[in-house]
Design a protein around this ligand. Structure first.
Ligand code: ADP
Ligand code: ASP
Ligand code: MG
Length: 403
């Protein structure tokens, strides 16, 4: 008997027929004698629709009320799935994140799980029930509701698997595994049998939304056996593992459109200036990604950096104030940029990978506005309109269709 955590994404529970199909998948596992905990996302595009509705009534809704609203999406799914299991005589109970005792920090709309109380789930499992948990949500110690950021149900599943010491965490979605690139953008992308936690963490952080980055981080930290597979076809998925026998130089390509660039011109060249700029952003919980400082001239520098586009309004307002205090000549922004990245654990020992990437993009006439590298990735900021083309040509140039 195994303890299995299964997570079903929004497309897997989009309508009544799909919910019944998910109930059958769970039924099979229960009949094999396993204990099953299930995490579900909001149905289909529910979260997007709720966000649009909120903006109709208030263009700048408060983060707290957004959490109150968005958490309802997952509550609909858990109740419906519990009803579907009950209809086929499987003992079941649905629980919201707060009911389970998923305790988060206090960052509305992008909270992080701090701990999980497992006593309620343990009790229900001991009564031989399937436990259905709402993904993407938790509470703080004051019973305030928080959500975990878009795609956060994956993180609920991995965190539960870690807390319950589950034998496996299976992420069911609308693709049958992790591919060398989003198969919707590159149809000839190859399905990977396995990928390392480190590579998957990079791909997820760089825009491959098949897994939430924090989910991969937790899986690596707590050594949770993790796999991604299809809700619709019964096929072996992709396993996320510690190491691979043979390292691949480039494993995947990802692109991210949730990027904006801010530039401050003629910033005084003095100690403490960068610290002031980036501490201001950090205090507002704006995640800064790439930073470029130009060569100094006349004791002045230009500083440019990228942030999530979703944080642009907040960051721009702060930078205008900070820039004014520092007497910079201008604060500019560009919200039509994108990031394209290649990832691979074998890059460390294979020189020339970055140069090849720059060559490929140059041959397409694509201008590189910023570059950043780590041991296992190279990322470039380019114009948003070039993102898809760049992704496709890089995939081809590194022969990822032949993996
Ligand atoms: P869910 O609602 O099940 O969480 P998501 O839409 O969040 O599903 O994630 C699945 C989607 O991720 C796929 O439909 C696919 O378009 C996209 N995707 C992006 N990069 C990859 C990749 N490298 N491999 C597989 N899918 C990817
Ligand atoms: N429903 C949330 C979203 O759409 C969480 C998730 O699906 O993982 O982002
Ligand atoms: Mg997802």
């Amino acid at each position: 008997m195994a303890l299995i955590v299964k997570k079903f994404g929004g497309s897997s529970v989009a309508d009544a027929t799909k919910i019944k199909k998910v109930a059958q998948i769970i039924n099979n596992r229960v009949n094999e004698g396993n204990k099953v905990v299930v995490v579900v996302s909001a149905q289909g595009n529910t979260t997007d629709e709720l966000i649009a509705l909120a903006r109709e009534v208030n263009p700048k809704p408060s983060a707290r009320e957004m959490d109150m609203l968005l958490a309802t999406g997952e509550q609909i799914s858990i109740a419906l799935l519990a009803m579907a299991l009950d209809a086929i005589n499987i003992p079941v109970i649905s629980l919201t994140g707060p009911q389970v005792g998923i305790v988060t920090d206090t960052e509305h709309t992008k909270a992080r799980i701090k701990g999980i109380e497992t006593s309620r789930i343990d009790k229900e499992l001991n009564e031989n029930k399937v436990v259905i948990v709402a993904g993407f949500q938790g509470r703080d110690d004051q019973n305030e509701i928080y959500t975990l950021g878009r795609g956060g149900s994956d993180t609920t599943a991995v965190a539960l698997a870690a807390a319950l010491k589950a034998d496996i965490c299976e992420i069911y979605t609308d693709v049958d595994g992790i591919y060398t690139c989003d198969p919707r953008v590159v149809p000839e992308a190859s399905k990977l049998a396995e990928i390392t936690y480190d590579e998957m963490l990079e791909l997820a952080s760089l825009g491959a939304k098949v897994l939430h980055p924090r989910a991969v981080e937790l899986a690596k930290l707590y050594k949770v056996p993790l796999c991604v597979r299809s809700s619709f076809i019964n096929k072996e998925g992709t396993f996320v593992v510690e190491n691979l026998e043979k390292e691949i130089v480039v494993t995947g390509v990802a692109y991210d459109l949730n990027v904006a660039k801010i530039g401050l011109f003629d910033v005084p060249d003095q100690p403490g200036i960068a610290s002031k700029i980036f501490n201001t952003l950090a205090k507002a919980k704006v995640n800064v990604d790439m930073i470029v400082q130009s060569a100094m001239r006349n004791n002045l520098n230009d500083i440019a950096f990228t942030i999530p586009r979703s944080d642009l309004d907040t960051a721009l307002e702060l930078m205008k104030k900070t820039g004014e205090a520092m007497k910079v000549s201008d604060v500019v922004f560009d919200d039509k940029v994108a990031k394209v990245s290649i990832v691979g654990a074998g890059m460390i020992s294979s020189p020339g990978v970055a140069a090849k990437m720059f060559d490929v993009l140059a041959n397409e006439g694509i201008n590189l506005e910023m570059i950043s590298t780590s041991e296992i990735k190279v990322s470039c900021i380019i114009k948003e309109e070039d993102a898809i083309k760049a992704t496709q040509v890089l995939h081809k140039a590194f022969e990822l269709d032949k993996i």
